[in-house]
Design a protein around this ligand. Structure first.
Ligand code: FE2
Length: 188
């Protein structure tokens, strides 16, 4: 509406993304795990986009979109929670595969890496947010580290998941420090 972006370029990008489609090879358990992560990530990034827009109307629109994303997240989170009760070892293994390879569906968009970097640099969606607001709350909600009995494969997957979360936290800390240093340097 405000021509803050080039509407022709935006429409071309939209068409090319739709033409490419989206296909990620995965079974039902992995599909539920992936989608729970992705819907929560979408909710948080839409919310933050509105907040960072500096425009009260855009903020309200994005808050409304984020409220919808939350409903999607709750559905997949609870469906995966039910799967954990039925088949805990297989579900933990599926979750481990999806958490370690997680990428947003937008990864096929032209210039996605550059856009993801700008989004991280702005603090709309970065590793700290991914760790603190997506990965940790879901792991906690599902009680992944409290599930009493897993088979050998499930237990091994849970250990890899634990190591991944520790690594993610460490990488997020380094990213946040480097970003703060870049901001300081830009101000000086
Ligand atoms: Fe959604």
């Amino acid at each position: 509406m405000t021509r803050g972006v080039d509407p022709v370029a935006l429409e071309r990008d939209r068409m090319s993304t739709m033409l490419k489609g989206y296909d990620r090879e995965m079974g039902a358990l992995e599909g539920l795990a992936y989608t729970a992560l992705q819907e929560l990530a979408t909710r948080i990034s839409h919310q933050n986009t509105g907040r960072f827009s500096g425009d009260p109307v855009a903020d309200r629109i994005m808050a409304r979109v984020a409220a919808d994303e939350n409903l999607h997240m709750v559905f997949y989170r609870d469906a995966f929670g039910a799967a954990l009760e039925v088949a805990p070892s297989a579900a933990v293994a599926a979750l481990e595969r999806q958490m370690l390879s997680f990428a947003m569906p937008g990864e096929g968009i032209a210039g996605f890496a550059r856009k993801a970097r700008s989004i991280a640099e702005a603090g709309i969606y970065d590793l700290r947010i991914h760790h603190d607001e997506i990965v940790q709350p879901l792991l906690k909600h599902w009680g992944i580290f409290e599930i009493p009995r897993l088979d050998a494969a499930g237990e091994a997957a849970r250990e890899r998941l634990q190591a991944f979360v520790t690594r993610l936290d460490e990488t997020a800390r380094r990213f946040t420090e480097r970003r703060a240093a870049r901001l300081d340097a830009a101000r000086a």
